[in-house]
Design a protein around this ligand. Structure first.
Ligand code: KG4
Ligand code: ZN
Length: 332
């Protein structure tokens, strides 16, 4: 059983081949980072064009790497949302064409389910109730799973996503795009206690807000005579505040819902300081932390294929009417 998976929800074009339920034969990611770097963030129309330019070659390359012929593929999995509509449309159009041409099923996958189902590389099933913190450039969500296939949001950001704020602060400090990796690297040279920055919504247990932290960090930068002389300290203090916020809210939700398995995924979860702090914070608890490794944390098609092989039978599918949507609820 071979699944060909396609992910084009933002600025990474990715194709993967999954054998049976969990074996990743190939997972290729073509990043558009260099192009968007010039603009300091993702330009949606440019992202769509670049997906269209590369997707066919990437499929050919992926099949070759997996040593699987196109006619051997049994089903197509594709991200149908949430994401940038034009970018999603490229992946969905290619997926639909392949599905009709090969006369095989098409499984539309929710991008967030993809981030969660990367867990299957570390554990065959979850011990419920389980919680996922998905923290990326577009999301900061706490998702409660009481049983397989049940997802409910128990906390999200009221404004900016954590990764988005990493990107914006990096831009202000002239560090380039994406901001997360470069802030992490720069922060390792700084003092996380150098500047006191606020944790928002301390008393609203599972809800996040990062726009106040963004403003406070920008005010801090503006108040310094030579801010670029303090880049490492600013990065370290900012990163520490984001990490403290994520840990505070996530552990409160774990306690409230008596969580067994905790999954942490999405691009920001590739931050080693964050993951070390999480490991330390759960040490004295019964929570089992499932940390997704960086190459499966950031956007990739393997996670989409894994969600399809595990959840495919519960997605309602009408291939002819399938449309992309920028806001695709993951509450099945
Ligand atoms: O999951 P992802 O690849 O795409 C979205 O669905 O958004 O996440 C990308 C985000 C970017 O905002 C990037 O700055 C952030 O993840 N990111 C990080 C790190 N690596 C990527 N944030 C903090 N630390 C990192 N090491
Ligand atoms: Zn993502």
């Amino acid at each position: 059983m071979y699944t060909l998976a396609i992910e084009t929800s933002c600025d990474d074009t990715s194709i993967a081949i999954i054998k049976d339920k969990t074996i990743i034969l190939s997972n290729l990611v073509s990043s558009q980072q260099k192009t968007h770097e010039i603009y300091g963030g993702v330009v949606p129309e440019v992202a769509s064009r670049l997906h269209a330019e590369i997707i066919h070659n990437l499929i050919t390359k992926c099949l070759k790497e997996a040593s699987v012929a196109l006619k051997q593929i049994n089903q197509i999995a594709v991200t149908a949302g949430p994401g940038l509509e034009g970018a999603l449309l490229v992946g969905l159009s290619v997926a639909k064409s392949l599905s009709y041409a090969l006369n095989i099923p098409l499984i539309p996958v929710n991008h967030i389910h993809g981030h969660i189902y990367a867990f299957t590389q570390y554990k065959p099933t979850l011990s419920y109730p389980a919680l996922a913190l998905i923290v990326s450039g577009g999301h900061t969500d706490l998702i409660l799973m009481k049983k397989e296939g049940s997802f409910s949001n128990c906390g999200k950001t009221r404004d900016d996503a954590a990764g988005e704020v990493f990107d914006k602060i990096a831009r202000c400090l002239c560090l380039g795009y994406p901001g997360g990796p470069v802030i992490e690297k720069t922060a390792s040279l700084g003092n996380p206690k150098a500047f006191k920055l606020p944790i928002a919504l301390k008393h609203s247990p599972f809800e996040f807000s990062f726009s106040g932290l963004k403003t406070a960090t920008l005010d801090c930068i503006k108040s310094l005579e030579n801010p670029l002389d303090h880049t490492a300290d600013i990065c370290a203090s900012f990163q520490q505040t984001v990490n403290d916020t994520l840990i505070l809210k996530t552990l409160a939700a774990c306690k409230h819902y008596k969580i067994n398995d905790l999954i942490i995924g999405g691009g920001v979860a590739s931050n080693r300081t964050l993951m070390n702090a999480f490991r330390e914070a759960i040490k004295e608890t019964a929570i089992n932390l499932i940390h997704i490794e960086p190459k499966l944390c950031t956007d990739n098609a393997a996670m989409i294929g894994l969600a399809a092989t595990h959840l495919g039978n519960i997605y309602a599918i009408n291939r002819d009417e399938l449309r992309v949507t920028s806001t695709f609820s993951y509450e099945l």
